[in-house]
Design a protein around this ligand. Sequence first.
Ligand SMILES: [Zn+2]
Length: 168
Amino acid sequence: MKNILINKTNHVIFDEFNAKYSEIIVSKIPLLSQFPIYAINIEQSEHLNEMVLDSICDAFACFISHEPESTFAEIVINETVCSKLQLSNEEKCAAISHEIGHILQFFNKGQQIEKAQEEINCDILACCIMGESSAMLSLLSKLEVSGMYSTQQNLLMIARQTAIQNQE
Ligand SMILES: [Zn+2]
C-alpha cells in the first residue's frame, strides 16, 4: 500500500497517520496520490511566508506548489504549538486530515468559497477520513480555549464544531 505522506521528519505521528489512513485516502481521493505530499518541520520549510491557508501559529499548516513540472504539497508540523496545546495523537491526526482537505480544495478552485466555509469543508472531510468526529471536535475545543486566538477566530471554532455536530 502506498503511503499518502512522505515523512521527512522524525515525528512518528506521520507514520501512524500513514498506517491508519493512507488506504482510505488513496481509495476515496485518488487525485491526492498523483503528486508527493511531504510531511516536514517548520525548520525544513522554504515556503513559510507563502503559507496562507492556515496561520503558522497553528499546530499544522500546508503549502501547495502547482507548477507544470513539479506539483507537490507540504504539511508542516509546528511542534511547539502541538506541545503547548497538549494535542493527543488522535487530535494530531484530525489536524493532518484537515490539512489534506485544504490540499484537495486547492485543486477544486473552480468553486470560490469563503474562508469559513473552506475550514468547515476541511473539518468534515477530516471526520470522513477518520470515520469519526470526536477527535476533530476535541481539537477545535482545545484551540478555542487555548487563549491563542482572537474572539472572531474563536467564534469560527464554535461554528465549526456546530457544523460537525449537524453532520452527525
Ligand atoms: Zn484550515
